[in-house]
Design a protein around this ligand. Structure first.
Ligand code: DGY
Length: 323
């Protein structure tokens, strides 16, 4: 029997590409440049499986206008809001993701951002690199202490929990969170956290607000002008979730007006475009979507995709099937 034909839309860790090549008839995108809608439409009418990433946009239009032969999209990532899963399902295309393996590394990046904005890490590093540091003095680059402060988490899934654990047990912070569904208080306590009834209740208490909910329609612009205004004066926003959870224009206004004190961002509304206003502000730390970017995690993500796609073509239960 011939091997399933698979398109891998970006370069993956070598170890994973090797396993893929052993199991499937693989086409790699050697240029490692995101594919456009027309290329993705063509891919869906050519390959048995397409393995996309967050940099490939698959709206409903990509599933229309040409016959679809692809039977599975094995997404390299846990978030899949770049894929219209309703359209995929309607065309009989299964979609899988990679939950679990990027939890710690993404929570680490959220912690890195929290510490960087609180202690002015990016600003300080830029000053030293520019040769502008004039030496130690009692009033130089004063930040804010994190121990004893309150962190408010929006979305208490795997990553939200891992972040809570770091904040509470590692840094002595109080942790409150909002989650759409109730979390058993004893489960929340395992992470040193307490559930509140609304996003607003969290915003009113938190010195740092960290987003850990999925992107896509349900949470689009969850952080809007009204919610920035509802944040505690002098609070910071951390976003390692998805860019569209934040209304970026409203964030810029809130930062410019001093409604909030700073922001630590790993994700943006129109990646890789980061608004110039955000890049310019010293109280904003901007990272290039590094949440899962460790050798161990990217390899584990790739292996998870391999497992999902292998199970699918062998007719077994697919571990991380979304639709
Ligand atoms: C994820 O897994 O969702 C990361 O953000 C990369 O896509």
């Amino acid at each position: 029997m011939s091997k399933p034909r698979i398109l891998v839309t970006r370069r993956w860790p070598t170890a994973v590409e090797t396993v893929l090549a052993e199991r499937f008839d693989v086409t790699l995108n050697r240029d490692d440049i995101p594919l456009g809608e027309n290329e993705l439409r063509l891919a869906l009418s050519t390959y048995d499986a397409v393995l996309p990433t967050v940099s490939d946009r698959l709206p409903a239009a990509v599933f229309e206008g040409a016959p679809v032969v692809t039977r599975i999209l094995g997404n390299f990532g846990v978030g899949y809001n770049h894929i219209d899963i309703t359209a995929a399902k309607a065309r009989g295309v299964a979609v899988t993701n990679t939950p679990g393996v990027l939890t710690d590394c993404t929570a680490d990046i959220a912690m890195l951002l929290l510490l960087s904005v609180a202690r002015r890490g990016g600003e300080g590093e830029r000053q030293v690199r520019a040769g502008d540091w004039k030496g130690w003095c009692p009033t130089h680059m004063i930040g804010t202490k994190v121990t004893g402060k309150t962190v408010g988490i929006i979305g208490f899934g795997r990553i939200g929990k891992a972040f809570a654990q770091r904040c509470h047990f590692g840094f002595g912070m109080d942790v409150v969170f909002f989650n759409r569904s109730p979390v058993d208080p004893s489960e929340a306590a395992r992470y040193g956290a307490r559930q509140l009834a609304s996003v607003e209740a969290v915003l009113a208490m938190a010195d740092f607000v960290s987003l850990h909910c999925p992107g896509g329609a349900e949470n689009r612009h969850l952080m809007n002008a009204a919610r920035f205004a509802a944040m505690k004066p002098g609070a910071f926003l951390i976003n390692t979730a998805r860019g569209d959870v934040v209304d970026e224009a409203a964030l810029i206004s809130a930062l410019e007006s001093g409604t909030i004190r700073g922001a630590g961002l790993d994700v943006y509304e129109a990646e890789p475009n980061v608004p110039e206003a955000l890049r310019r502000m010293e109280n904003v730390v901007v990272l290039p979507h590094l949440g899962s970017a460790t050798e161990e995690t990217r390899t584990a993500m790739g292996m998870k995709v391999v497992d999902n796609v292998t199970a699918f073509f062998e007719g077994r239960d697919v571990p991380d099937r979304v639709v």
